[in-house]
Design a binder for this molecule. Structure first.
Ligand SMILES: Cc1ncc(COP(=O)(O)O)c(C=O)c1O
Length: 496
């Protein structure tokens, strides 16, 4: 339903909404007025195929989930200091999907709260304060989570929130464009090379007589550009961390709940058992509900600190009803299985397309979590950032919503609702071929106007930092330009 024209909505938003909040496609933002399954509709009723919404996990506005929330909202909503069946049912249901020891649940309202609580649990249990995180990671927007989120913290330039000395950043195990690339180390075990970076930090801390509290990582890294870890990486790292008396936290906020296809939790694809799992986004299908799941021992250390855990909304009956309904739908509609088959099909199709287009350097994915790394040159793997941005803008004109991510914003990111079909994949691939052909022929459509920006425009659900980048390349009417950012706005002045 529309109350105002798109222009008025934008005007009111610019006037009243916090200036640090950004929009997708800020040169021509989408006004979405309704959604269903894997489709979102704008104010003119145009249907967009949503390839990026891993929050509306079982499909936008799934009627079964909506009904469960509505029914519970009519009946009762209160805090978790009263007994309620939904709370215990959800805790039981979640823990039944996890390895045996992970049997204790704390509910929160967001992934950021879950990260913050996980850090507190780790600190109380280990009496340590040293935290190890991956480069390019994002774990949330509260201060404690930002501390371990180089992806975001690195963009803060006023010197107010800076890197803390107890946070240790290790290279993201990206074998395509990370510190150790498969092409540079053909004889080496990539998992070992990257895990040794964690060991080096731990050895240094031991020498300095500092206690490791925790190592945190997404089980495949979304914000770094859909990075799938080399086999055995987490096993090695978890061993080093455990041997040093630390705790391993698996952030499954983006990648949990069956997205990987082969397993319900993505850490299972690495054959490890974390000490703490955090979960958020997909759990409520858009409703704010999240959780920290841990062992009894770790939970008891937290309790024995003497401090009560109370969260006004965490674990309320409505949120729990919704999360239970989401889990029902995943099972009944076999969405994890769909993620496996549709994801495999998608990767196979993209690998076929890769044969035709040298701009595609790498295609990677597990289940419905897929990335396409665009390069200017397959040998050097120089990122094709402007081209990636162009692809996103053109695909939007074709009513397909994608995003870019990674340190160079050159990775096309796909993580759609889990009801995505093979027919949807075919459509995305057909349009992608068309747009890549345009780029190849330098027959670029200038209406894809988000390209003519001097700012990086990341589109992941956690970011949109809107960092201004001078020297950024793009295309206008088939001509390459170099952007010069001249002030507060997105103005671009130089065309090559
Ligand atoms: C991996 C990861 N962890 C944690 C968070 C924080 O979750 P929230 O935005 O619900 O606070 C995000 C959000 O994008 C995320 O991607």
């Amino acid at each position: 339903m529309e109350r105002f024209s798109k222009e008025i909505t934008l005007e009111k938003r610019n006037k009243h909404i916090g200036d640090a909040c950004t929009l997708f496609f800020k040169h021509d933002p989408l006004k979405i007025t309704k959604a269903s399954k894997q489709y979102m509709y704008d104010e003119k009723d145009n249907a967009y195929l949503d390839c990026i919404n891993n929050v509306c996990h079982v499909g936008h506005c799934h009627p079964y989930v909506v009904e469960a929330g509505y029914e519970q909202m009519k009946t009762l909503n209160t805090n978790s200091r009263f007994l309620h069946d939904n709370l215990v049912m959800l805790a039981e249901r979640l823990t039944s999907t996890l390895p045996e020891g992970l049997n204790t649940v704390y509910f929160t309202n967001s992934g950021s709260e879950a990260t913050d609580l996980a850090i507190r649990l780790a600190n109380h249990h280990t009496h340590g304060s040293e935290q190890i995180t991956l480069d390019h990671a994002y774990h949330g927007h509260v201060i404690s989570a930002l501390d371990i989120s180089p992806y975001k913290l690195g963009t803060c330039t006023d010197g107010i929130h800076t890197h803390s000395e107890n946070i240790h950043i290790v290279p993201c195990p990206d074998i395509y464009r990370g510190k150790y690339r498969d092409c540079d180390y053909p004889e080496d075990n990539m998992a070992h090379l990257y895990a040794n970076e964690v060991k080096a930090v731990i050895d240094k801390l031991k020498k300095e007589k500092k206690q490791v509290s925790m190592f945190i990582a997404e089980s495949m890294q979304s914000c770094a550009g859909q990075v799938i870890f080399p086999e055995g990486y987490l096993q090695k790292v978890y061993k080093y961390v455990h041997d040093a008396g630390g705790i391993c936290i698996a952030d499954e906020v983006q990648v949990g709940f069956g997205r990987a296809g082969s397993h319900f939790w993505t850490f299972q694809t690495q054959d490890v058992i974390p000490d703490i799992v955090t979960i958020g986004k997909p759990m409520g299908n858009g409703h704010p509900v999240a959780a920290v799941i841990t062992t009894k021992d770790i939970s008891m250390s937290f309790k024995n600190s003497g401090m009560e855990y109370f969260n006004t909304y965490g674990g309320n009956p409505v949120s729990c009803a919704i999360a239970l309904a989401v889990m029902d739908v995943i099972e009944e509609e076999k969405l994890q299985e769909n993620a496996l088959t549709t994801g495999k099909y998608w990767v196979a199709q993209l690998n076929e397309i890769k044969k035709q287009f040298p701009i595609i350097g790498d295609v990677r994915g597990l289940g419905l979590f897929i990335g396409i790394d665009l390069v200017k040159d397959r040998e050097t793997r120089e990122p094709a950032s402007a081209e990636a941005k162009h692809v996103i803008a053109r695909m939007k004109e074709e009513f397909i919503i994608l995003s870019t991510d990674g340190p160079h914003c050159n990775i096309i990111k796909m993580k759609p609702p889990m009801c995505f079909t093979k027919e949807n994949v075919d459509l995305v691939c057909q349009k992608l071929v068309m747009v890549l052909k345009e780029i190849q022929d330098k027959n670029i459509n200038s209406n894809a106007n988000s390209v003519i920006s001097g700012k990086k425009e990341r589109h992941s659900d956690s970011d949109d930092s809107g960092v201004s980048v001078n020297g950024h390349h793009g295309f206008v009417n088939g001509q390459e330009y170099v952007a010069v950012h001249t002030g507060e706005s997105d103005s671009v002045t130089v065309v090559k």
